[in-house]
Design a protein around this ligand. Sequence first.
Ligand SMILES: [Mg+2]
Length: 137
Amino acid sequence: MSYASILSDRQIIRFDRVQYGLEKVNTDEIQARLDDFAKERDWEQFHSPKNLSMALAGEAGELLEVFQWLTQEQSQLASLSSDQLEAATEELADVLIYALRLADKLDINLQGAISKKIDKNALRYTVEASKGSTAKR
Ligand SMILES: [Mg+2]
């Protein structure tokens, strides 16, 4: 019995992620690839911030569809089928692709923006006031 045959599909997907070094995301490299992809197809004309933000929302809807009607328990990694996990993976990738493309078009430094937003949230949702609570502030 080979090592792969005793792994579940989900474990194989995880193994593949590690094996192919896909754990780390180089946003500059991905944005360059997306830019080339659009230019080769003459799609630049369609990639306005308005269209990209709408496409991002559409993909977020497709991601939501994967989990729609599942209970909280069923939506956990341990309960998802390999097909569900693959669908979630693809839709999440679509969301991030449009987010990266939009950030590129608006010249937004996403790493800086994310770091700044986390800092802002830390001040808005202090541990003392927010621990164990989902109340919006
Ligand atoms: Mg999609």
